[in-house]
Design a protein around this ligand. Structure first.
Ligand SMILES: [Zn+2]
Length: 187
């Protein structure tokens, strides 16, 4: 019982911390839900996160994140992921990669919560928002820039598909949040 109560309090603390950041991107008050201990044991979804939309295309007020996403993000804001330098020099551990995935996922789902439905557009906006999201979770600006640069680099090499439209997701493209600036990802 004590263990359960502690788990619950800790999960709530994480959800609240992440909801603050998601709300900043979504421009409204939204919630973040992480799976509880028992849900986690039976979690089979391959999704890192998701947002439900109603039949009118309106997003729910909450995103559900996977256990791995929640854990990666919790390590970030608790300061357990001090450096992302391995993204440049190589040799990143699974924890660091999970943290990066978590940051991209939180940014992605936050744009869905803001009302964007197209996946390629959502992911492109996420690529450009991962830097402020990381900073909001306590990552130092140089490290946040590192994460954003690496994520954008990997994204640019992706084949076109549901989650990537190279024609639009580039400096000056239709999905560029700051088309006037030549830098990528935009700041
Ligand atoms: Zn999506």
């Amino acid at each position: 019982m004590l263990f359960s109560a502690w788990q619950f309090a800790r999960r709530e603390e994480n959800e609240n911390r992440l909801a603050l950041v998601a709300s900043e991107v979504a421009l409204r008050d939204v919630d973040v839900s992480c799976p509880g201990f028992w849900t986690r044991l039976v979690e089979i979804t391959p999704n890192a996160g998701w947002v439900d939309f109603d039949e009118h295309g309106r997003p729910a007020d909450e995103t559900s994140l996977s256990a791995a996403t929640c854990k990666g993000l919790e390590r970030v804001w608790r300061g357990e992921e001090r450096s992302f330098a391995c993204l440049v020099r190589g040799g990143c551990g699974n924890d660091t990669l999970a943290a990066v995935m978590g940051l991209v996922t939180l940014a992605h789902e936050s744009w869905h919560l803001r009302g964007v439905t197209n996946e390629a557009r959502t992911q492109c906006y996420a690529i450009q928002t991962v830097e402020p999201v990381a900073v909001a979770l306590g990552v130092s600006p140089p490290n946040a820039r590192l994460v954003a640069t690496r994520v954008a680099f990997d994204d640019a090499r992706m084949a076109d598909g549901e989650y990537h439209a190279s024609e639009h997701c580039r400096p000056g493209g239709a999905y560029d949040l700051h088309p006037a600036t030549p830098d990528w990802p935009s700041r």
